[in-house]
Design a protein around this ligand. Structure first.
Ligand code: GTP
Ligand code: NA
Ligand code: MG
Length: 350
């Protein structure tokens, strides 16, 4: 809270793209944990959410803060990973719909694939702005990839003219031209003059860490800009969210993993959830939070009860009578006196 009329909430950033183009690895690089190695067959099967505090972003991107003159007042970003496998369209749609801004991950060597195009169509439908992370830059032959900013390393490649040529060709043929064909102007972020007209392409390598500072600073800056334009989102009213998953937890029974995109929830509040058979109401037993920078869906997480949570955030909700709840449903967390108006609101969303 900076004392302004409206404190900016944490923007929701969804990561979308074709299977194996490196979404989880990229997020993993940012989080510095090792989620990719824990996934069955290396395929993401559910949506996870990670909170990246603004302090982490500023630390990682410290060399670029002056260049981009980024005055960041958001508290951080909430990043939602989605699976690229073709079977998981509904999860991608949920991720796309929740997002304030998205990162479309494209393997710069492979280019556009069916789920890349599907992801763009979801983002178009939801009117979600996005940037493109052109990943696996390290696989460009002769490219000397480093753990650091792309813009400085790019200049170093002048000693490797063949690598530079291959980079420009792959960037154009595999990323920019396909975007142009779909009606988008796009260019490498350092050449973009008007970010409202041109899609920022950020070349990255999840393997070496190249371009991660650039990606973080661009996404935080753009997310903040778009949030400032969005009206009606605040961190003062009751909590609004979406059910991601219903999970059985040892000692807790059925719990809900949710993303709260607006407002505040307090322990002891009531939860109101949309359902095709009517609205479900229950009393919150606990609002549970994983530690920052942890993978929310990891079963090894130690959940900590919170007195209060503020959007945007991922939260595990423990409450009785959740048997009929289904993933994707809208939810509210409200005080007793607000239950009836929340029910009326929820009915509009089912
Ligand atoms: P799904 O969740 O299944 O859609 O895949 P994903 O997009 O999350 O890709 P994931 O992070 O699982 O990476 C797929 C494979 O690509 C793994 O073997 C990674 O090690 C590899 N990979 C990811 N990023 C890079 C990169 O920047 N460079 C190289 N060389 N390999 C990468
Ligand atoms: Na994968
Ligand atoms: Mg993945």
């Amino acid at each position: 809270y900076n004392g302004d009329i409206m404190a900016l909430r944490c923007p929701i950033v969804s990561v979308l793209g074709h299977v194996d183009h490196g979404k989880t690895s990229l997020l993993d690089r940012i989080r510095t944990t090792r989620v990719t190695t824990r996934e069955a067959g290396g395929i993401t099967q559910h949506i996870g959410a990670s909170e990246i505090p603004i302090g982490t972003i500023k630390k990682v991107s410290k060399d670029l803060l002056n260049i981009f003159k980024a005055d960041l007042s958001i508290p951080g970003i909430l990043v939602i990973d989605t699976p690229g496998h073709e079977a998981f369209t509904s999860l991608r749609k949920r991720g796309g719909a929740l997002a304030d801004i998205a990162i479309l991950v494209v393997d710069i060597n492979e280019g556009f694939k069916p789920q890349t195009i599907e992801a763009i169509n979801i983002l178009k439908q939801c009117k979600t702005p996005f940037v493109v992370a052109a990943n696996k830059l390290d696989k460009i032959s002769g490219w000397n990839s480093i753990n650091g900013p792309f813009i400085t390393n790019f200049n170093e490649q002048k000693q490797h003219p063949n690598a530079l040529t291959e980079f420009e060709i792959k960037l154009y043929e595999n990323v920019i031209a396909p975007l142009n064909e779909l009606g988008f102007e796009a260019d490498v972020f350092s050449r973009v003059k008007d970010t409202t007209k041109t899609i920022n392409v950020i070349p990255v390598s999840a393997m070496t860490g190249e371009g991660i500072p650039d990606l973080l600073i661009i996404i935080a800056g753009l997310a903040q800009k778009f949030l400032e334009q969005k009206l009606g989102l605040n961190v003062e009213g009751y909590a609004k969210g979406t059910v991601l998953e219903i999970k059985e937890e040892k000692g807790l029974g059925k719990t809900i993993d949710a993303i709260i995109y607006d407002g505040i929830a307090k322990a002891g509040d009531y939860i109101v959830i949309g359902n095709p058979d009517g609205v479900i109401t229950s009393k919150v037993k606990a609002l549970l939070k994983p530690k920052a920078l942890d993978e929310m869906m990891d079963p090894r997480d130690k959940f900590k009860p919170s007195k209060q949570i503020v959007a945007a955030t991922g939260v595990k909700i423990s409450a009785p009578d959740l048997d009929m709840v289904i993933a994707g449903s809208p939810l509210r967390i409200v005080s007793k006196s607000e239950i009836e108006s929340a029910k009326e609101e929820i009915v509009q969303e089912i």
